[in-house]
Design a protein around this ligand. Structure first.
Ligand SMILES: Nc1nc2c(ncn2[C@@H]2O[C@H](COP(=O)(O)OP(=O)(O)O)[C@@H](O)[C@H]2O)c(=O)[nH]1
Ligand SMILES: [Mg+2]
Length: 357
């Protein structure tokens, strides 16, 4: 495990509120401390599989969500927020919450609501941190470059290029970096390189197309990022209710599913994750792996021995199982497959691992 995403954004944009909605943890809104939780990945497919197998145990995939407070509205000094930036370094993706609601009673750093200004402000702070990281790396490389070390010279060129673009105000994730350039700054763990999911926090779904949301959508589109609209406050309240009641309220709000469910799925996507399943009377379980992971790696998520002694993978597709009703029918239809070490596990695969113990 260990993959996590962090909520970032200016103070009072709604991070803790949304964290509460995701985790139903009821964290206090005022803390300057970081909140952190392992959250179950909602997955309707698991519920369907449970209807088929009636397992004794059901386990969902999980994702770590961190509520990172403390980004300031005016990044002037370099030292400030270093602890916070450390937390940002620890997460693999950023859920960037942007205040898209007007409410005079809720203090905010600015008089006005302005998503572009807010996003730029947060990006500035991320880039300030990356500047320092890159400068340090460039200093470390100096000696080797002078000694004509080929690798160091290449890394130096890449780091300088990224550094210069950051000075011009372009976050690393928007620099269209090549795989080689990314490799050169891999150890820097640049925060402005982390994938971003934008979250437009609105008061109600009636505001879903207000001008602030539109402005944020433009920002997201310009960098090929996703944007989700959530009613942080309402969803946080709803998450405290019993599941049946939650459905009622969501309907009242005109929502089919909790936007937290959509949010979690989007976070999964930007982290490049997929789910596969193991099924049986004992347990129905969702597992997480990276898109593109080969069969032995995915099997290793279940048990390290399965990776070491991997022989092959029996795979059926979730959709085939649902369409045909049971495993025997899937097999009869010729849709049960045997896959080897080179097979890339797909989202929705139901697998059995054959391995040497
Ligand atoms: N009206 C309204 N208020 C919200 C919404 N989201 C958050 N708030 C309020 O805004 C204030 C700041 O939210 P909080 O989550 O603590 O912001 P954080 O500083 O980003 O963690 C709290 O009083 C919340 O109740 C929303 O969608 N609508
Ligand atoms: Mg907070």
């Amino acid at each position: 495990m260990g993959l996590s995403c962090g909520l970032v954004g200016l103070p009072s944009c709604g991070k803790t509120t949304i964290y509460n909605a995701i985790t139903a943890a009821g964290a206090s809104g005022y803390g300057t401390e970081m909140n952190q939780a392992i959250v179950n990945m909602p997955d309707r497919r698991v519920s369907k599989l449970v209807e088929i197998y009636h397992p004794r145990k059901t386990v969902l995939a999980t994702l770590e969500v961190v509520d990172i407070p403390g980004l300031q509205s005016s990044p002037q000094s370099t030292g400030r927020g270093s602890k916070l930036l450390g937390h940002i370094k620890d997460v693999e993706a950023l859920l960037h919450v942007v205040r898209c609601f007007e409410d005079g009673s809720i203090p905010f750093a600015y008089e006005t609501i302005d998503p572009l200004r807010d996003v730029e402000t947060v990006d500035l702070e991320l880039m300030a941190a990356d500047s320092i990281t890159l400068q340090n790396k460039l200093t470390r490389l100096e000696k080797k470059v002078k000694a004509n070390d080929k690798d160091a010279i290449r890394e130096n060129t890449h780091c300088e290029k990224i550094y210069v673009a950051i000075q011009q105000g372009v976050p690393a994730r928007k620099q269209n970096l090549t795989p080689q350039e990314i490799a050169s700054v891999y150890e820097c763990n640049l925060v402005s390189l982390k994938p971003v999911l934008y979250i437009a926090n609105v008061k109600s779904m009636a505001d879903a197309d207000n001008r602030y949301v539109k402005a944020l959508k433009q920002i997201a589109d310009a960098e090929n990022a996703e944007m989700l609209i959530v009613c942080g406050k309402d969803e946080a309240d709803i998450s405290q209710l019993a599941p049946e009641e939650q459905q009622e309220f969501l309907k009242d709000l005109g929502l089919m599913e909790s936007s937290m469910e959509r949010l979690m799925h989007a976070a999964y996507r930007i982290l490049g994750l997929i789910s596969f399943f193991t099924v049986g009377e004992d347990e129905v379980r969702a597992w997480t792996c990276k898109k593109g992971d080969k069969a032995p790696i995915a099997a290793g998520k279940i048990h390290k021995d399965m990776e070491k002694g991997f022989i092959r993978l029996e795979v059926i597709r979730y959709d085939d199982l649902i369409a045909l009703g049971d495993e025997a029918s899937v097999a009869k239809a010729g849709k049960k497959r045997m896959e080897g070490r080179e097979y890339e596990v797909q989202d929705g695969d139901i697998v059995t691992v054959l391995f040497n113990k």
